[in-house]
Design a protein around this ligand. Structure first.
Ligand SMILES: Cc1cc2nc3c(=O)[nH]c(=O)nc-3n(C[C@H](O)[C@H](O)[C@H](O)COP(=O)(O)O)c2cc1C
Length: 289
């Protein structure tokens, strides 16, 4: 697998927002089918695929749906050309002989309502997330919504609906009124073992500090002194006294502070002076606290 282009990542994650209103532009049935054709390949346990989707498109379906949503959500539903009702099939296991033929997987669930409920909710929620990403990947905006009367939707449209996904195109004009995304301020630290730790590198007494965050390391020098001759390396070895054979160049430490992508959360960071051919400072990532 190869990394996707950053423009693709922007469309799926960084720039994608939950719109409050949609442009008056139709969403075609082909697009709706395409979303399903993409999401159904993404994994669920034993391929159980419990998600079921009903698209509310017609004026009468929208009118029925509007009676079920929280008052604060009505305007958004009104504005969306299509609302997808994401629900789960509590008899998903009937299809396991076809979807997971290697074994009698249906028998795992038969008569076990707790396991059926957990499995259906977990996997259809995952498929709900796949749904949003699939919609974004074909150029549609998607607004998830759980503020509605689930039982009322059940009665009108679908068994066990748990989330609505508003689909349409919002365009820049409609996303411009959204408040700044609080996640952009870095309020959420990724939950990665070893993230957010600090390590003081041993060496020339110049107190190089490494802040290890998820898959990055920020190197800074307490006295703010730039060393143009210094290069940062990562090695998988735990102890080093010379530049190890497996040392991987992270980059030049041309400024007093630099951030590099980290190949792994294990191993050793090494600051090496090309001018003097020697290690200036190093520290084992295992010692970061
Ligand atoms: C499961 C789920 C339920 C949500 N329910 C509502 C809702 O009832 N009403 C609403 O306005 N937004 C709802 N949202 C939207 C979120 O608040 C929004 O996606 C989140 O704040 C991120 O906003 P952004 O995509 O613009 O960055 C829901 C989102 C999810 C994932």
């Amino acid at each position: 697998m190869r990394p996707l282009a950053s423009s693709v990542l922007d469309q799926l994650f960084h720039s994608a927002r939950t719109p409050n209103a949609f442009l008056d532009q139709p969403v075609s049935d082909e697009e709706l089918v395409r979303i399903w054709e993409l999401l159904r390949w993404a994994p669920t346990s034993a391929n159980c695929s419990p998600l079921r989707v009903v698209y509310a498109k017609t004026p009468s379906a929208k009118a029925a749906l509007l009676k079920c949503v929280d008052p604060g959500n009505a305007k958004k539903v009104q504005s969306a050309p299509v609302t997808a009702i994401l629900g789960m099939d509590m008899r998903f296991h009937d299809k396991l002989a076809q979807l997971f033929p290697h074994t009698d997987a249906k028998a795992w669930f038969e008569g076990n309502d707790g396991k059926i409920g957990d499995t259906a909710f977990r996997n259809s929620s995952l498929q709900g997330a796949y749904f949003m990403l699939a919609a974004r990947s074909i150029g549609l905006d998607c607004g998830p919504m759980s503020g509605f009367d689930h039982k009322a939707v059940l009665a009108v449209l679908l068994p066990a609906g748990f989330v609505l996904a508003l689909l349409g195109r919002s365009g820049d004009a409609y996303s411009a009124d959204l408040p700044a995304d609080p996640r952009a301020a870095g309020t959420l630290e990724p939950l990665v073992p070893g993230a957010g730790r600090t390590l003081e590198l041993r060496g020339d007494g110049a107190a190089w500090i490494a802040r290890v965050d998820a898959d990055r390391v920020a190197l800074s020098q307490a006295r703010g002194v730039a060393r143009p001759d210094l290069h940062a390396y990562w090695s998988g070895q735990l102890v080093v006294d010379e530049l190890p054979a497996d040392a991987r160049l992270l980059g030049a430490v041309s400024r007093a502070e630099r951030t590099f992508a980290l190949p792994a959360l294990q191993g050793t960071l090494v600051l090496f002076s090309l001018a003097h051919g020697e290690i200036v400072a190093h520290g084992s990532l295992a010692e970061a606290r």
